[in-house]
Design a protein around this ligand. Sequence first.
Ligand SMILES: *Cc1c(COP(=O)(O)O)cnc(C)c1O
Length: 379
Amino acid sequence: MSTKTANIYIENFVNNILSIRNLYHPSVKMCIPVKAQAYGHGAVRMAVEALAAGVEYLAVATAEEGAELRANNIRCPILLLSIAGKEEIDAVVDNELTSFVHSKEYAVLLAQSAKKQNTRAHVHIKIDTGMGRIGCPPDQTSSLAAFIDSCKELCLDGVCTHLSVSDTLDDSDIQFTQHQIKLFTNAVNSIVSLGIEPGIIHCSNSGAVFLHPDSCFNMIRPGIAAYGYYPNPIIAQYMQSEYPDFTGLKPVMELCSKISQIKTIEKGQPVSYGRTWVSESNTTIATIPMGYADGLHRSFSPGICVSINGKKYPIIGRICMDQCMADLGNDDSINEGDTVIFFGPNSNCLTADDFAAVAKTISYEVLTSIGQRVKRIYV
Ligand SMILES: *Cc1c(COP(=O)(O)O)cnc(C)c1O
């Protein structure tokens, strides 16, 4: 029915989760972030599939995302990867989301809400070891842990930090990550030395999962890798040379549309807004109903190609809000209604990394930008 579709290959998602898991001892838990609609793939379905694949934890970025999972009967621990606003605290506790805690003041808000709701709030201490985003300074970890331990409405389930440059092979980045991990280890030890059980200890995003495997502690949190992309494309070669048995990642999303019109134009005729592209000879143009409002950023053109019946054709001229155009040259084998693949797992089309390279961004942004008009089809 829809001319804008994202086929979601569950088999590839499960393959990615299991091959990542295989890199680790079975006792290491897995937390899969399903924030931002599971990086654009659809939160509820991907959550269900991740749990079926044996994942122990899920993670979200907002209280609303957590509430959506709970409303769909997802019962596993769900980690909230951000600091909730005051107005969200009751929903966090009510939905039994496991909160990051960065300060005593925030711990008090959670404890008050838990008391009011006659329950306990589960928390993980979040330490800022160099990301500079959220978390308590490493030297305040033990006093925060002692405070949480003293609140009977709070239950300390874990301790974590987030790494800012774990996905590069640059020497200074590797050193910085090692420094973050050292600060983190010391902070965890400061909790243990108070006789407080720190719970699950975790810091590995996708970059660290591949490049810093010795620092997994007892849980890993790979996001983008589960959806089939390395956080940095150079890691693909690194994995091939260092772990030849690693089965590799397979993109999960295939972004598709159907040609709405085919026409021939003459040499010198412009196509799309701004007349930025003008035909150099008589040619055939396909109009495709996918535009920047669907997440096909204007910055992808010129540069990207689409795949039609196994062959690649360039997108030309400006991408419009709802449509874009491809130059078919003198290929007359293509018909209106034929399927167009923008990116996906097959070798005859581009990947989200290729799209990202054109727009000077990362696969994360390409995937999470895919709009709500694009129907997700689970295959
Ligand atoms: C999103 C997120 C992750 C996952 O990061 P990837 O680079 O996608 O693996 C892990 N931890 C935190 C705190 C996050 O916000």
